[in-house]
Design a protein around this ligand. Structure first.
Ligand SMILES: [Zn+2]
Length: 467
């Protein structure tokens, strides 16, 4: 017989043993570190973009808006509680830059916010906004503070046009005003040679770059001499390739030289390339701007492309009209248009092979270039021109970071870079179209899975009436 006293003692012992056992078990299971603020991409193939290699089976950790670790899966400890994104068989690359984009103005704020989302939905995490207003400076800062979802914005000033800057004094005053207001660069339009020269002098003095078009009177050589930071659309290259003694009397160069294509002397191409390299000037080709207008494709069919449902109807109507007008030009001939496109491909290839700096830009939302979506057309055209998918991706990732003088800030998948990332189902180095096979996009550390992106895109299509 066990006395009541012994029973109680036994129960107490069992209880104590159980308690100690529980404590040991709990102790063994206790997480070393809980960190729900960290997002981990697991077992992923990384395209670091600082060199041409795929880092297989890696782990990438993100905290706040930064990449905090990149390494082989068996070397990186993933903190317990971290949000995990399965990267098995997938590809992680840096976000892309649209180096010639446009963001609508303050008169259409809802459209502007939609455009910002269209960019990031496609993995475009940086936009050089090529002509703006003071409202874009506010928008730039709101995005930086995380109040409005969108890409990093670099904000160009309003156009330097002949109306705004008819005289050198006006050009000088505007440069000072725009620099003072906080614009990141000056957008060049067709000002006079004298106004351009004063603009350039003042811009170098106050330290603001200028970019965009080259005024007709200025021409390629003077713009290179003036150290215009980027030439967009390959503006004035065709004119430069036309020998001075060509009989161009009564013929306007037209849209990026399309009216002069038959005067081009290709033997001048190496000179244009050498001069560009010597000057160290960037080119932002915007192939898709020109090709969308110059191809014989029916504009009514072009606005049936899937991405067109995210654009307001009046914009689509404007594009259709523009293309009809374009095709009605007296000098428009499909053969000449095809030659222009080929010449532009050759120019891109030659500049690139010689080492001239090139940055990715499509000119959205101009002529059938739906923000974000148009970058995929642009990249395909660059591949058609002869660049490899890797080389094209460099122009949209590492190169823009170099352009801005901030190679340690973004553009590669490395520690301490901004967490602007695209996760893909398929390898973009095999087929550039795979950049559209998204699993999700990360913008300044915020992860947006594809379902979420599609939901928001549906809302935008609803607002525009797109079916
Ligand atoms: Zn533009």
């Amino acid at each position: 017989m066990i006395s009541l006293k012994d029973k109680i003692a036994l129960l107490i012992n069992i209880f104590l043993i159980a308690t100690v056992a529980c404590m040991i078990a709990a102790c063994a299971e206790a997480p070393a570190e809980e960190d729900p603020d960290i997002i981990a991409f697991l077992n992923v193939n990384v395209l670091p973009m600082d060199h041409d290699e795929i880092l297989e089976n890696h782990t990438v950790l993100v905290e706040g808006d930064r990449i905090i670790a990149v390494g082989p899966a068996d070397e990186i400890d993933v903190p317990d509680g971290a949000q995990q994104v399965d990267g098995q068989g997938r590809y992680l690359m840096p976000g892309l830059a649209e180096m010639h984009g446009h963001i609508p103005g303050s008169d259409r704020q809802e459209y502007a916010h939609n455009v910002l989302f269209l960019y990031i939905s496609n993995g475009v995490t940086l936009v050089r906004n090529m002509a703006g207003s003071p409202w874009h400076l506010e928008l730039r800062d709101q995005v930086d503070r995380g109040e409005v979802p969108g890409p990093i914005i670099f904000a160009a000033s309003p156009w330097m046009s002949p109306n705004q800057a008819p005289e050198p004094d006006d050009a000088e005053r505007l440069v000072r005003e725009y620099a003072e207001a906080g614009f990141d660069l000056l957008k060049m339009g067709s000002i006079s040679l004298e106004a351009y020269e004063r603009m350039a002098e003042t811009a170098h003095e106050v330290g603001i770059p200028f970019a965009g078009h080259i005024p007709a009177e200025v021409g390629l050589e003077r713009a290179l001499d003036a150290r215009q930071i980027s030439i967009d659309h390959f503006d004035r290259y065709v004119e430069f390739l036309v020998p001075e003694d060509a009989d161009t009397e009564g013929r306007a160069p037209g849209f990026f030289g399309s009216g002069w294509i038959d005067f081009v002397d290709r033997a001048r191409l190496p000179l244009a390339v050498d001069m560009t390299i010597e000057a160290g000037i960037w080119n932002v080709p915007t192939l898709s701007l020109v090709e969308h207008l110059e191809t014989p494709e029916d504009p009514e069919e072009m606005i049936q492309w899937p991405e067109m449902r995210y654009m307001p109807q009046d914009i689509l109507d404007g594009w259709v009209n523009a293309k009809h007008n374009f095709q009605a030009r007296d000098y428009f001939q499909p053969e000449a248009a095809r030659e222009l496109v080929e010449l532009r491909h050759e120019l891109l290839r030659e500049l690139h092979e010689a080492g001239a700096p090139i940055a990715l830009g499509s000119d959205a939302p101009q002529f059938f270039n739906v923000p974000g979506f148009s970058i995929h057309h642009e990249m395909r055209m660059m591949v058609d021109a002869g660049l490899s998918p890797y080389e094209v991706l460099v122009t949209g990732t590492r190169k823009p970071a170099e352009y801005f003088g901030t190679p340690d800030e973004f553009g590669t998948v490395q520690e301490n870079r901004r967490a602007d990332l695209i996760l893909l189902e398929a390898n973009p180095l095999i087929d550039i179209a795979n950049v559209q096979q998204r699993v999700g996009v990360m913008v300044r550390g915020e992860w947006m899975p594809e379902e979420e992106i599609q939901q928001r895109l549906e809302e935008i299509a609803g607002q525009t009436g797109g079916q």
